[in-house]
Write a protein that binds this ligand. Sequence first.
Ligand code: ATP
Length: 312
Amino acid sequence: MSNGTLAIDVDRIKKKYGAIEAVKLISLTVAPGEIVGLIGADGAGKTSTIKMICGLLAPDAGTIRVSGFDVRKSADEVKTRLGYMPQRFSLYSDLSVAENIRFFADLFKLTESQRAQRVARLYEFSKLGPFQKRRAGQLSGGMKQKLALCCNLIHEPEVMVLDEPTFGVDPVSRRELWDILGDLKKRGSGLLVSTAYMDEAELCDRVYLMHEGQFLCSGETKSLLANFEYQLLELFRDEIDFHVFEQLSSKIAQLTGVHSVNRFGDRLHVAFDRKMGSDRIVAEAEQFGFHSHPTHPVMEDVFVNRVQNNGN
Ligand code: ATP
């Protein structure tokens, strides 16, 4: 990639499937050495966006460049530079870990010396080395995802697009997969990662929050959190009773100045106007046996409040 060239440059694309507007005019960039998150719930339009970036789906309008090359007009140049890990990446379950990697090394026509060096590095950061002889079909879900990632990294793409790579993966493997992505970033690759897990947004340099085919907001993860516009109170109770959670939520939601009440596992997050003060919320919570304390926003707070603003 030459200096100043973006890893990914998406300019005003759209996609409809019949009457369904899956992607409604979005633009997005990824710089080299940057991890960018495409964050949204199922059906938000993430996969359609990613397929267009990888040249597998034609946009109805707009242009997409990968490492400076138009994905429609210069498909061959893009192919050698772009790695794509789809949501359901198919490994050969009867082949071993080593054989799967070899298959992809053959596909990308790697020389023997390139192969030896890269395979050693992939084993090192994926920790799959001790499992080289195990059949892919006999790996755990997390190991399968790591192997899929290794297969996609064997040609050392300068741009990598991953569609929900950690879906259904246990927390330890999720962390390991993110470590691998961090390693690629350090080596200068530009990465676009889609996920429905909001906590993963905080592992990205920048994010685009996607909802119903459009971006609700985008920016540096740190500044989206720092600029959260509401005050936030966390409510919790020693005994979990979902009926009481519901009752308290609807009571608090009716208070003037309360913007949203959301459940985060066994806790409630109340976002409210900074001018309002928390006394009325605390009093209401105490009536239902809840304790409370002020808390800092996480990305899910940013997301749910933006969705809420969008609906109003
Ligand atoms: P998921 O994680 O569930 O795949 P997503 O955020 O990736 O969700 P998309 O798969 O891009 O979202 O889907 C966006 C919208 O477009 C959804 O309403 C989906 O039902 C619709 N859609 C996707 N592919 C098609 C298709 N081939 N034909 C018709 N509608 C489609």
